[in-house]
Write a protein that binds this ligand. Structure first.
Ligand code: BG6
Length: 531
């Protein structure tokens, strides 16, 4: 006769860190490149790129280094023409000189004199106010000259300016016949606009902005950028899920206990006080980057990798995310601000702007009902890391009758490491060699650097190239942007109406209130470790 079995006891919450118990790990991975599954990506047509806000931080930190590296990769069609527009008078060569140290600092490859000279020769500049007709007349003359040299009138306008300026710039571009609404099969040169995030500052302003831009351009000409979507590791989420048969059967409420998505930064606001005061972490990271990552982790399989099929599924998923109510904001959302933020330039001495936020979302879908998704983002934290942790359910403990089994047998965790040390790891338990049934955690890790031994290009390189090719798959469509604002709107409204930000020490894991929030659900965050 067999003994009656004890009912399965729920296992203790997962440990804060994958290395909390005896952990063995190995990083030996053999990669074999199997082939290109997408349609051959065509080289873009020669295109002029106009950057509004060309002397700003983004242009120096991301756009110019990306364009420089694209030139080194021979990815841009020649002739290239890059025209900066900003206030302040500069010649083309002065603009190039101004960008050079930024490119040297942020480019993934070294700035070599010959290559730099070639790049500098593609740069030009128009100085002037965005509301002045003279600015657009000068820009038109430069675009006409570029077209005659070979860009054939194809153009991209990159709006790297505060959103408040977008209407003015678009109105002036239209008035000077620099943008034109596309009509199918017109055979006219391409005309696209890239719009930086945050797209609006709340639901209403985003809707108005969409209406306004939609009045000038067809949706197919509007590229709402979220640079997270250009990261290799973010794109790999779909390949991992849909290119392997072993994950998808487990990717649901029957096997997943909870999911954590963290975007932790060690840097502060980097001199962007005024911008950050008006933005805060919810608008800066959660409304866009983290909700996008969450939708890729949770969406259903698209009919194809085409822009609309992928974006349809993401949009459908965001529609299934449960709207937060007052109670959710009070109990499942936490805001923090690092000590010292109020002393930064451009920041109010009594600022309530959050530099850290943690929140819980539920998805009311067949696949995800009941599985909590914990999102967390912050500045000046202990560690720089962006990661998705899929925590699987605990096993029934019928075989393991020792009292301690519940805490020893930790459930498996699949980690999608978005940055740095890009890769994937799986933590599971294994028997430690010896007489007893002694178990330890093991960590199986694949890093891109080891596996493929190729440099990972920057997100902006991929996205600029896609825009030049007219491929909008990795850009946000109007409906998703709208829904993402709808989702975070209650948080913004309540937080902005009531003070209550928790202060946290720079270099910490954020405010303890965030730990309490997740602990109330019997879980804990992945530990952030100071190096
Ligand atoms: C930007 C935010 O969108 O993303 C910044 O405005 C943030 O505040 C940055 O620092 C983080 O991007 P990444 O690629 O360095 O993780």
């Amino acid at each position: 006769m067999t003994e009656p079995q004890k009912p399965a006891t729920p296992a203790a919450p997962a440990p804060p860190s994958p290395t909390a118990s005896v952990t063995a790990s190995s990083s030996s991975v053999t990669a074999e490149i199997l082939g290109d599954l997408a349609t051959k990506r065509r080289r873009p047509d020669p295109t002029a790129i106009v950057i509004f806000g060309a002397t700003g931080d983004l242009a120096g930190r991301k756009l110019a280094p990306a364009l420089y590296n694209m030139m080194l990769d021979n990815a841009m069609a020649e002739p290239a023409a890059i025209i900066g527009v900003s206030r302040g008078e500069l010649t083309g060569p002065q603009f190039a000189e101004r960008l050079k140290p930024r490119v040297a600092e942020f480019s993934r490859r070294k700035v070599e004199p010959a290559m730099w000279d070639k790049f500098a020769s593609t740069l030009d500049y128009v100085g002037g106010d965005f509301d002045s007709d003279a600015t657009y007349i000068a820009l038109k003359a430069k675009l006409d000259a570029a077209a005659a040299r070979g860009t054939r009138g194809n153009r991209i306008f990159y709006l790297s300016t505060p959103p408040a300026v977008f209407p003015l710039v678009l109105q002036k571009l239209q008035q000077h016949a620099l943008i034109e609404r596309a009509s199918q099969g017109s055979g006219k040169p391409s005309c696209r606009v890239i719009v930086e995030k945050p797209f609006g500052r709340d639901l209403n302003s985003a809707r108005q902005l969409n209406e306004m831009i939609g009045g000038y351009l067809h949706e197919s000409q509007i590229y709402r950028i979220d640079h997270y979507l250009g990261k290799e590791t973010v794109q790999n989420i779909l390949v991992l899920r849909f290119g392997n048969s072993i994950f998808e059967p487990l990717w649901n409420r029957n096997h997943v206990d909870f999911v954590e998505i963290t975007a932790a930064e060690t840097i502060g606001i980097e001199g962007r006080g005024a911008f950050y005061e008006a933005t805060g972490v919810v608008r800066d990271i959660i409304q866009n980057h983290l909700l996008q990552v969450m939708s890729l982790v949770t969406m259903e399989v698209p009919a194809s990798f085409s822009a609309d099929d992928v974006r349809d599924e993401k949009s459908q998923l965001l529609r299934s995310v449960r709207s937060l109510d007052l109670n959710d904001v009070a109990n499942h959302c936490v805001r923090g601000q690092y000590r010292g933020y109020r002393q930064e330039d451009g920041v109010a001495p009594d600022s309530q702007t959050p530099t850290f936020a943690a929140m819980r979302f539920m998805i009311d879908s067949w696949r995800w009902q009941g599985v909590p998704f914990y999102l967390r983002a912050g500045k000046k934290l202990a560690e720089r890391l962006t990661e998705v942790n899929i925590h699987f359910r605990a096993v029934p403990l019928v075989l393991f009758k020792e009292e301690a089994a519940g805490s020893v047998l930790q459930p498996a965790v699949l980690t999608l490491r978005i940055q740095p040390h890009e890769g994937i790891s799986l933590r599971f338990v294994a028997k430690v060699p010896g007489e007893n049934i002694n178990v330890g955690n093991v960590l199986m890790t694949m890093t891109y650097a080891d596996a493929f031994k190729r440099p990972i290009s920057e997100a902006y390189e991929r996205l600029l190239l896609d825009c030049m090719r007219g491929d909008a798959t990795l850009f946000n469509r109007r409906d998703s942007v709208d829904r993402a604002w709808e989702l975070i709107q209650p948080v913004l409204q309540i937080w902005e109406a009531t003070p209550g930000v928790h202060l946290y020490e720079a270099g910490s894991a954020g405010p303890p209130a965030a730990d309490d929030m997740i602990a109330r659900d019997g879980r804990c965050w992945r530990e952030l470790v100071r190096s």
